[in-house]
Design a protein around this ligand. Structure first.
Ligand code: ADP
Ligand code: MG
Length: 608
């Protein structure tokens, strides 16, 4: 057999390497922004088109490159940042591998314009798939500008792997924000398809966080600070009452780099234990600074995961610092937070550790809109008869009730005997202000009031949506909400569904929306929560390709359904049971839990 092994040409090797470093447009943005920062830029301009598919352009006012460097920078392992392996443990730059530009040039069309301060003329270079197409002198200002066009033009598999523009833009925004949050002394502008997504001036860290995240964050944050010989912690953590329903605004940075660190996350989460309800997440923006040799960033190609040589110690210090920050906030308010603090000052201790309570509006009658006109009489009858077995013609022919597979089997609502059926005018009892109990032929049924009502509303909204029956009302006082750029892009994406569900929403500026109209059933105070939950649901992009109306109906149902702790009148319980058994799927809650259970006579007997 002849020799089989051959060396791959550089262009192919680079393409393969690019797979590791450049997964999507946002990876290009990250690498180019980091290069600009390493070049000590104080202003950076980012322009993307079609979420970066067609164009990513980054212009900086940093050091620029000489003619030779401009050509060299596209070579594999070409870096000015390290020269031997030891340097890896003494890194003060974001890049060091020297493979980003080689990778980007392998899979796109790149134009580079760059000039150093002492050059009169700059250099313009055009690369296509690792090949130098032209190199010329050009006039440009000091600094560097990279235009990356037609990403993955020669790697169709990668191109096809990209998600929708909305999803890709979200990744770009995310990378941009992670970087902008660490460099408050650098000004940034960021355009997508000609419109401004971010315009960030230089300022303090707190100003930067507020500019980037929006949402009046400055009133919601308390400073966290700690310093030991080897570790410096600074940043901000959210006041417990502003914890959110999603894990979004949680940022760790180590030595100017965004990192993910579940272990440290745990330290912070612990500090909030008992301060925030289950299922809520605290916001935090925590900046760690350790000696460069204490940290190994080389374990991950995109450097998001890093290794600390002294994890346990950092954990302990972080946990203590977070507790201290939260404690200080409740006992000794800082000037930043005057108004709120002075009010909550004397109660803050109790307030801080009080478990979450359920708010009930005693006026609210969830059944009002359900009464009378029930188009699903037939299915109601069927479901009731399954439960009560009052099919009068012939009990023998009644099909046994088939519970859906997600409900534990063995529930059979049919009686063993041919007894007469109980009447529908049954008595209902509410226990624990959470469950509704009624007797049925085979024993008793226990209905979870919250899950039942969620299911009822969910099916109702879906039906109304299909029939375009959702009534909308104009709000007397429009509701304003601050939004991050990422959230705004979701609102844009969901425009049609929002309209169809009765919301009238306009965007204003680049970080806000105004809600002028909403479905009639929603009270004004509920609107922000509902919009927030909808955005959160779609924020990670995974759900955008799914049937969106389901998420809308689910959110509205969840928000508007009666809760545990709400007292129900006899008639309301009857309505609830009635409406539940009119549903197409009365057994399973909108989150897949069992809505009601039956306890058979035999089981009851066995208790005695
Ligand atoms: P790395 O950042 O790991 O060194 P890159 O491939 O990203 O590798 O960049 C290669 C080299 O090109 C850098 O080391 C730097 O010297 C130079 N370079 C890249 N971008 C810029 C820029 N915006 N301004 C000045 N020099 C740059
Ligand atoms: Mg780099």
């Amino acid at each position: 057999m002849s020799d089989q092994i051959k060396l791959l040409p550089d262009s192919i090797a680079n393409q393969i390497a690019a797979g590791e470093v450049i997964q999507r447009p946002s990876s290009v943005v990250k690498e180019l922004l980091e290069n600009a920062l390493d070049a000590k830029a104080t202003h950076i301009n980012l322009i993307v088109k079609d979420a970066g598919r067609t164009l990513i352009q980054i212009t900086d006012n940093g050091s620029g490159m000489s003619q030779t460097d401009a050509r060299m920078c596209f070579e594999k392992h070409a870096t000015s940042k390290i020269s031997n392996a030891d340097d890896l443990f003494n890194l003060n730059t974001l890049g060091f591998r020297g493979e980003a530009l080689a990778s980007i040039a392998a899979i796109s069309h790149v134009q580079l314009k760059t000039k150093t301060e002492d050059q009169e003329l700059g250099t313009e270079i055009i690369m296509e798939g690792s090949e130098l197409k032209s190199q010329e002198n050009c006039s440009c200002s000091t600094g560097t500008s990279f235009s990356v066009k037609n990403l993955f033009y020669n790697v169709p598999a990668r191109r096809n792997f990209l998600k929708s523009n909305t999803a890709e833009l979200r990744h770009v925004i995310e990378e941009f924000q992670r970087i902008a949050l660490v460099h408050p002394n650098v000004s940034f502008t960021f355009y997508n398809n000609g419109s401004v997504l971010h315009q960030l001036q230089k300022g303090s860290l707190k100003q930067r966080i507020t500019q980037v995240i929006g949402k009046k964050l400055d009133e919601k944050l308390v400073p966290i600070e700690e310093q030991t010989e080897d570790l410096k912690i600074h940043g901000f953590i959210g006041k417990p009452e502003f914890s959110r329903k999603k894990r979004g605004e949680q940022y760790f940075f180590a030595n100017h780099r965004f990192i993910k660190h579940p272990y440290f996350h745990h330290a912070i989460e612990n500090a909030y234990k008992e301060l925030i309800p289950d299922g809520s997440f605290p916001s935090y923006f925590i900046y760690l600074q350790v000696q460069p040799e204490e940290i190994d960033v080389n374990i991950h190609p995109t450097k998001i995961e890093v290794n600390f040589s002294n994890k346990q110690l950092i954990y302990a210090i972080l946990a203590a610092a977070a507790k201290k920050a939260l404690g200080q906030f409740s006992l000794t308010p800082s000037l930043d937070f005057e108004q709120e603090e002075s009010m909550s000052f004397q109660f803050s201790r109790e307030k801080a550790i009080k478990p979450p309570s359920i708010k009930i509006n005693p006026e609210y009658n969830p059944f009002e809109s359900e009464k009378a006109t029930d188009p699903r009489q037939i299915s109601n009858q069927e479901n009731w008869s399954k439960l009560y077995n009052f099919n009068e013609e012939n009990n023998e022919t009644v099909e046994p009730y088939n519970a859906p597979t997600s409900v534990p089997s063995g529930i059979n609502f049919l009686p063993e005997t041919n007894d007469q059926s109980p009447s529908l005018n049954n008595t209902f009892i509410q226990i624990g202000l959470s469950f509704v109990i009624s007797s049925v032929k085979s024993g008793m049924v226990i209905i979870d009031q919250k899950l039942a009502h969620e299911r009822i509303l969910y099916e109702k909204y879906l039906e109304q949506y299909e029939n375009r029956q959702i009534a909308s009302q104009q709000l007397l006082f429009p509701v304003n909400m601050n939004m991050s750029a990422e959230e705004l892009s979701i609102i844009q994406e969901l425009k049609d569904e929002l309209i169809n569900f009765g919301f009238d929403i306009k965007t204003f500026g680049h970080n806000g929306i105004v809600i002028n109209g909403s479905p009639t059933e929603i009270t004004e105070s509920k609107i922000p929560e509902i919009i927030d939950e909808i955005i959160n649901h779609f924020l990670d992009g995974k759900h955008l390709d799914q049937d969106r109306k389901l998420a809308f109906a689910r959110t509205m149902a969840r928000q508007l359904a009666i809760k545990y702790g709400q007292k129900l009148k006899q008639s309301e319980m009857e309505e609830l049971a009635d409406a539940l058994f009119s549903c197409t799927i009365p057994d399973v809650s909108i989150d897949g839990e069992q809505i009601f259970k039956t306890i058979g006579i035999e089981e009851i007997k066995s208790l005695f």
